[in-house]
Design a protein. Structure first.
Length: 135
């Protein structure tokens, strides 16, 4: 039997482009019932999942638009091969504050020291990937 209320909710979610919530609504409702979530906790769960999905999609799209030649992550970078590199500075750059301040980064060094790896890792980091790729 078709539930008109669920159909209406699904339609509203589609219209508002809340596709993650629309696709996971049954599971979210079951989880809320199982955990006996309050209305506010349920709303927080739904909006948190939707926001996380949109952030993830934005990052993936930014990386795709950037046309990175390979996939690299800062977690994969071997800092032991470059002992002169300041790890704290790289982690600070990973936060993306340089983007918010419209600042540039210049990576200098001879071939094979990891400049491209660092650039792709910074551009594709979850905290600033989409913004860096589109800037």
């Amino acid at each position: 039997m078709v539930n008109p209320q669920m159909e209406r909710i699904q339609s509203h979610l589609s219209r508002m482009k809340l596709t993650t919530t629309r696709d996971r609504l049954d599971g979210l409702l079951q989880e809320a019932a199982r955990k006996e979530l309050s209305f506010l906790d349920f709303l927080d769960l739904v909006l948190s999942e939707e926001a996380a999905a949109k952030d993830s999609k934005r990052t993936r799209m930014g990386i795709q638009i950037a046309h990175f030649p390979i996939r690299r992550s800062l977690d994969d970078y071997d800092f032991d091969l470059q002992p002169s590199l300041d790890r704290r500075l790289i982690r600070e750059l990973e936060t993306g504050t340089f983007i918010a301040h419209a600042e540039n980064i210049l990576l200098l060094g001879p071939p094979g020291v990891g400049k491209t790896h660092l650039a792709i890792g910074l551009g594709g980091s979850p905290s600033n990937g989409a913004r860096a790729a589109c800037s």
